[in-house]
Design a protein around this ligand. Structure first.
Ligand code: IPE
Ligand code: IPE
Ligand code: MG
Length: 241
């Protein structure tokens, strides 16, 4: 079989974003960190609109990692209430644009009130297919793989799965959202050059785009620039250039 390197479709189908830099943005303004998180929610709204305008079908955003639980209690509770406000204020946008909301992560770790609100909006938007907004909440890439391995081991122990038949597809099908295509483009703001435990399995062939802009300053034009850069990349999947 000869596979030829092909240019990617001009627009990525799925974009994943590590929304980083809210704290530094607030600090530059001598404001509390939550001020930065609130401004960051505006960037999320802007990028969601940009996805619709550019024809990006799936947007996954890293909103809270399994590691972020170590942050001070007031920051964590502030983020949780900001999330509830976002769901209440922006639910109508999801309906207007027929965007389905989903969560990836250990949703059971979230406070009851947040979980209830998430479940309500997920249920209300579950039939939409024009766009998909996926919130990574209490998400860790290693935790996701651990949860998949536990489920696979339980099936094997029950005699429903032959260990010799475990392949990549079997693992992928036990991840949190097996029906979602892998991200094509991963964006991280704020100049940090690391994955911080984000979508370890799913990003294995994504194009990476790092930018110094802090998340609260990242708006439609910045997103459009990332898409332009993506369109210039050549995805080879191991094939010769
Ligand atoms: C990203 O901004 C948002 C979350 C992790 C919830 P940060 O809060 O990490 O901002 P910096 O990295 O401290 O500037
Ligand atoms: C990653 O950002 C998690 C989110 C954006 C939610 P962090 O700010 O937590 O990552 P590190 O700690 O700098 O790696
Ligand atoms: Mg950070």
């Amino acid at each position: 079989m000869t596979a030829k390197a092909v240019p990617p479709p001009a627009v990525p189908r799925h974009v994943a974003i590590i929304m980083d830099g809210n704290g530094r943005w607030a600090k530059q303004r001598m404001q509390p960190r939550l001020f930065g998180h609130r401004a960051g929610a505006e960037s999320l709204r802007a990028v969601l609109r940009a996805c619709r305008d550019h024809g990006v079908e799936y947007l996954t955003v890293y909103a809270f990692s399994t590691e972020n639980w170590v942050r001070p209690e007031d920051e964590v509770s502030g983020l949780m209430s900001l999330l509830r406000t976002f769901l209440k204020k922006d639910e109508h946008e999801l309906h207007e644009n027929q965007v389905r909301l989903r969560v990836t992560g250990r949703i059971q770790d979230l406070p009851r009130a947040v979980r209830d609100e998430l479940e309500r909006v997920m249920e209300a938007t579950k039939d939409y297919r024009k766009g998909h907004l996926i919130l990574a909440l209490s998400y860790g890439g290693r935790a996701e793989i651990v949860d998949a391995v536990r489920a696979i081991a339980a099936e094997a122990q029950a005699g429903r799965l032959d260990p010799a038949k475990i392949d990549e597809a079997a693992i992928a099908s036990h991840l949190y959202l097996p029906d979602v295509p892998d991200p094509d483009l991963m964006i991280r703001t704020s100049g940090e050059l690391r994955l911080s435990n984000f979508l370890l399995w799913e990003l294995s062939y994504a194009e990476f785009y790092f930018v110094d802009t802090l998340w609260p300053d990242f708006r439609e034009a910045d997103f459009a620039k990332a898409l332009e850069e993506y369109a210039r990349r050549q995805r080879r999947y191991g094939a010769p250039s």
